[in-house]
Design a protein. Structure first.
Ligand code: MF3
Ligand code: CO
Ligand code: CO
Length: 257
């Protein structure tokens, strides 16, 4: 979407801030022994407590027979995105992606709600991990390209060049996107590409940037559950995402506390 007035911007700022707090709380609970369903339920309850509606729950994607059953996507190791909450317990050393979306205020609150979307990846048990650090940095590098007049190719080029220089794979099949009035809107924001190519960013546009990187080949496929994207070579993967508003000279990150 492109925001039409200050009120919409205020709604996105408030919703984004609340969603970031929910994600941070889920991340700090991603400890050995905790199941992905427990994390999902925690996040879902926090969204409801914030006065929002979980936007992934019941979300339908073309070609996928079942609507998404959770409020939080939890993707472990070779799982790239859209991992389903289950009774699987996390283990120390797991690389765990947590992705969450919210409509705020809730759909029951009068219909002026807007969508934000954010993700991060943690190493269970703590410590540092090169893939996680590089993927996080690639999101910052992508966001640094955002300003009115830039092209989506500028973002993709910056993310891709950085990650490939660090010798990580860049997932192509999944991309960032416009957001705000719906979970997914135009334009697509690939994490690869050429400078100066593709849709032009305009002031007030709301977009979600979300690089996904792998330790091995960037090729991905859908797992048997119909939802989870996994790497074809079983290499591990990381994912970070922010919803931002395009400004004249840069970007304002909406999904941070
Ligand atoms: N969070 C994903 C994105 O960043 C979309 C998840 S849709 C779901 O675009 F249904 F899988 F939850
Ligand atoms: Co997301
Ligand atoms: Co997204």
């Amino acid at each position: 979407m492109i925001i039409e007035n200050q009120k919409e911007l205020e709604i996105l700022r408030e919703g984004g801030k609340k969603l970031a707090a929910v994600l941070n709380e889920a991340a700090s609970n991603a400890k050995e022994g905790v199941t992905t369903r427990e994390l999902n339920n925690l996040a879902e309850n926090l969204i409801l407590k914030s006065g929002g509606t979980p936007s992934f729950k019941g979300y339908k994607v073309r070609g996928v027979p079942i609507p998404y059953p959770g409020s939080l996507c939890v993707s472990i190791n070779d799982e790239v995105v859209h991992g389903l909450p289950s009774d699987r317990a996390l283990k120390n050393g797991d690389i765990v992606g947590l992705d969450i979306g919210m409509l705020w205020p809730a759909s029951s609150a009068g219909g002026e709600g807007l969508y934000t979307d954010t993700a991060l990846t943690v190493l269970v048990g703590g410590g540092t991990n090169k893939l996680i650090n590089a993927t996080k940095k690639s999101l910052e590098i992508g966001i640094a390209q955002v300003r009115a007049g830039a092209r989506v190719g500028d973002i993709g080029h910056a993310i891709q060049s950085f990650l490939e220089r660090e010798e990580f794979g860049v997932v192509r099949e999944l991309v960032g996107h416009g957001v705000g009035r719906a979970v997914h809107e135009d334009p697509e924001i690939p994490n690869f590409g050429k400078k100066g190519i593709g849709a032009e960013l305009v002031e007030g546009m709301i977009i979600a940037l979300e690089p996904m990187a792998t330790e091995g080949s960037p090729k991905v496929k859908i797992a048997k559950d119909g939802w989870t994207w996994v790497t074809k070579d079983s290499s591990r993967s990381a994912h970070f995402e922010h919803t931002v508003v395009v400004t004249k000279n840069g970007a304002e990150i909406l999904t941070q506390t």
